[in-house]
Design a protein around this ligand. Structure first.
Ligand code: TRP
Length: 333
């Protein structure tokens, strides 16, 4: 049996943060040794809600690749692909669009939430509305078996499989491959403000490239238990993001349990807990930041990595597109 494939992607709208790190980057780094891995920089998808600011997207392509390399995505075994440079993906999306409905897209919970967040009201850009189809093309173009993503991307994977099934049934073909979402066991990382999700646009993110100074400031300003006013007061650990982060990142979970008990009883100040988190995060982020700086010194090399990966990815996507056209039987010339 041939080696299974993985496809993941990110919108290059800003540098990546700790939420990406726990949500999917760590997973990808581990999996790249076992699976044929494609990592897609979804610049076209990023453009669907940034079309008035293409510079933002363009400038962040290299930033995101720096994050990839710094966390350990190895370009000699993983293929880094730039979405808009593979026109086969866009062409594939055109055919896949026939396999779903406007109603189905309107009910996609992730798309719905994003439309709400962006305040589109009843002026939703058609390109944005279309992006789940384009994402189905991203995934099927690389014949991905597995798609490591955060929980919020599950509806996109479901839609992809619906499209695949429908296509293969209607055209009695095996041109498209079904895929499976690979959701990390740790829940979604909350923001430093305690909100459900860490995100650049909410201003509650710790970036992989943050300086030590920025990191310390962000940790010191983190939301804790608002009822824990004085050191002697008993505190709440649940929903307190400082503890949530420690539960995810601290290598010494045994002594963390003692600290949690102490916090619950009272007599432990937030400053002490934050200090511990600061140390833990510095240990994780320092090598990443240094790696990032090292790679950033040679921009030409980064562009070569993207070029090389894109060319390689394109060969796979072109084959899938040819299979799809054959299955439909549309090409007569
Ligand atoms: N929509 C994904 C996100 O917002 C990014 C993405 C684009 C993606 N294409 C993909 C994820 C393909 C997985 C597979 O994070």
């Amino acid at each position: 049996m041939s080696q299974k494939s993985i496809l993941t992607g990110d919108r290059p709208t800003g540098p990546l943060h700790l939420g990406h790190f726990v949500g999917s980057l760590k997973n990808r780094v581990a999996l790249q040794h076992e699976y044929k891995t494609f990592v897609l920089i979804a610049d076209g998808q990023a453009l669907t809600d940034n079309f008035e600011d293409p510079k933002r997207v363009r400038d962040n392509i290299v930033e995101v690749v720096l994050d990839y390399l710094a966390v350990g995505i190895d370009p000699t075994i993983s293929t880094i692909v730039l979405q808009t440079a593979v026109s086969e993906i866009q062409e594939l999306a055109f055919f896949l669009a026939n396999m779903t409905t406007v109603g189905r897209l309107s009910r996609n919970p992730t798309l719905k939430a994003e439309i709400q967040q962006r305040g589109f009201g009843d002026t939703i850009p058609a390109g944005f509305f279309f992006y789940p189809i384009s994402q189905a093309a991203d995934i099927t173009a690389f014949r991905a078996d597995l798609v490591p993503v955060g929980e919020d991307q599950k509806p996109m994977i479901e839609l992809t499989n619906e499209i695949v099934d429908r296509f293969n049934r209607i055209y009695n073909s095996t041109a498209l491959k079904r895929c499976e979402a690979l959701i990390p066991p740790v829940g979604r990382l909350p923001g430093t403000d305690g909100k459900e999700k860490m995100s650049k646009s909410l201003g509650n993110a710790i970036f992989l490239g943050d300086s030590e100074k920025e990191l310390k400031k962000k940790v010191q300003n983190m939301f804790t238990d608002p009822k824990h006013l004085r050191v002697e007061d008993p505190g709440t650990v649940e929903g307190n993001p400082v503890f949530t982060y420690l539960q995810i990142f601290d290598p010494d979970q045994t002594s963390l349990r003692d600290m949690e008990d102490h916090y619950r009883r009272g007599g432990l100040g937030d400053g002490v807990v934050k200090k511990r988190l600061e140390g833990v995060l510095i240990d994780i982020l320092k090598p990443i930041r240094e790696g990032r700086e090292r790679f950033a010194a040679d921009r030409g090399e980064i562009l070569n990595i993207i070029r090389h990966g894109t060319n390689k990815g394109r060969e796979v996507a072109a084959q899938v597109l040819a299979d799809v056209k054959n299955a439909i039987g549309i090409s007569i010339i």
